[in-house]
Design a protein around this ligand. Structure first.
Ligand code: NAP
Ligand code: FE
Length: 367
């Protein structure tokens, strides 16, 4: 058996794990730049826990709280300039995928002068600020991936900076922070995590380790379908979703994502549909497409859900995601032309054509 598995991020999980492991911050540097969104970290207790831990370790910090959803390139350059001006020597990211992804770009640009045209080139030096990540949604797994996904206006889509130096040094998983998530964000982020583990299984880069992580992640998420539908998650279920989303991150760190993510980016870029929802709207039609060519692959993602047919997952997703947006064929023609050029298309075990993508879009949004 030939395989490789690389997961350099230290994962620390449990209620109150930040305050209990405050000394970890002291190993990262002397002054932190806390990168976060506008509001939620102040409400859910995560920012207080981080600042208390930094203070206990006599470390100073500044806060950059300007990260919006689907972060822009400008936001990342602004954050990096702020990090340099403040003399920060490590980063603490708090929030959903948006602040975490922006934080990776900031950690990179604070150490390397990379012009905007070169940002997605993959040609980077070795220096980056050490990073501690605190996910407050149970979705992206960004706390254990080497990807920073940014809104790319030039290409009219979302594009990732991908480099091994972008793996966070440490991730703190405390599911208490996810308690105040809106029902819609809890669902969309859980569906994103599911999509990562499903797409990872359908990737040409899958290996036995990622497949086992993916199956465990899919099982845990499917166990929460009922509570997600009822919009009522217990602390234990929220913790399982956070665990599952981190496993999903470990999966895509190796396998990449596939056509679902490439296609979902257009729904987000042009129609402002939340990232996880965008994937969820496309997932069942993509699975049906793959099933025609590789039925065994589909069984390996349905079995951990306790399902035997894609239709069962389709029903669950329909009830979780509710009414679909109305999008014209012309728009889907445009999205298909963009999605087919994405790097992740090459990850698909069954490689779709542009016409296949169009078909998946159209059937996903059919009345
Ligand atoms: P998000 O854009 O980070 O956050 C969505 C919303 O949820 C924001 O309004 C945020 O408010 C709020 N929020 C966050 N945590 C909360 C909490 N604990 N309680 C209440 N509200 C909370 O959403 P996301 O789905 O987690 O991340 C999506 C981004 O991640 C996309 O840009 C996507 O491309 C990227 N992504 C990255 C990877 C990767 O491997 N790097 C993988 C998948 C997706 P505030 O703004 O006030 O914080
Ligand atoms: Fe995603």
């Amino acid at each position: 058996m030939n395989l490789q598995f690389y997961m350099p991020t230290r994962v620390i999980m449990g209620d109150h794990c930040i305050r209990a492991n405050a000394s970890v911050f002291a190993s990262l540097g002397k002054k932190a730049l806390i990168v976060t969104g506008a509001r939620s970290a102040r409400v859910n207790g995560s920012l207080d826990d981080v600042t208390a831990a930094l203070t206990a370790e006599k470390l100073s910090y500044s806060v950059f709280d300007k990260v919006m959803s689907n972060p822009t390139i400008a936001c990342v350059y602004e954050g990096a300039a702020f990090a340099k001006a403040e003399g920060a020597d490590f980063i603490v990211a708090i929030g959903g995928g948006s602040p975490m992804d922006a934080a990776k770009g900031i950690a990179l640009l604070a150490c390397q002068d990379i012009p905007e045209e070169e940002l997605f080139s993959g040609r980077y030096g070795k220096s980056v600020l050490p990073m501690a990540f605190v996910p407050t949604t149970a979705g992206t797994g960004s706390e254990v991936t080497q990807y920073s996904i940014l809104t790319n206006d030039r290409a009219e889509t979302k594009t990732s900076i991908a480099a091994p130096i972008l793996f966070p040094t440490v991730a703190f998983l405390d599911a208490r922070y996810t308690e105040g998530l809106s029902a819609a964000t809890a669902i969309n982020t859980a569906v994103d995590a599911l999509s990562h583990s499903v797409e990872g299984t359908l990737s040409v880069k899958a290996n036995p380790i990622t497949n086992n992580l993916a199956a465990e992640s899919i099982r845990a998420i499917a166990g929460c379908f009922g509570p997600l539908k009822k919009k009522k998650l217990s602390p234990d279920e929220r913790e399982r979703l956070l665990y599952a989303s981190t496993l999903g991150g470990m999966v895509i760190a190796h396998t990449g994502t596939t056509a679902v993510h490439s296609m979902g980016y257009s729904l987000t870029y042009f129609r402002q549909i939340d990232h996880g929802r965008a994937n969820g709207l496309l997932l069942a039609a993509f699975l049906k497409y793959v099933e025609q060519k590789e039925p065994a692959l589909i069984a390996s993602v349905l079995t951990p859900m306790g399902f035997s047919a894609v239709g069962q997952l389709e029903e669950v997703l329909a009830s979780l995601l509710g009414e679909k947006e109305s999008i014209s064929r012309d728009e889907f023609e445009r999205y298909s032309s963009i999605a087919i050029t994405a790097k992740n298309i090459a990850n698909c075990a069954v490689v779709p054509t542009r016409e296949d993508l169009l078909h998946i879009y159209l059937t996903s949004f059919a009345e």
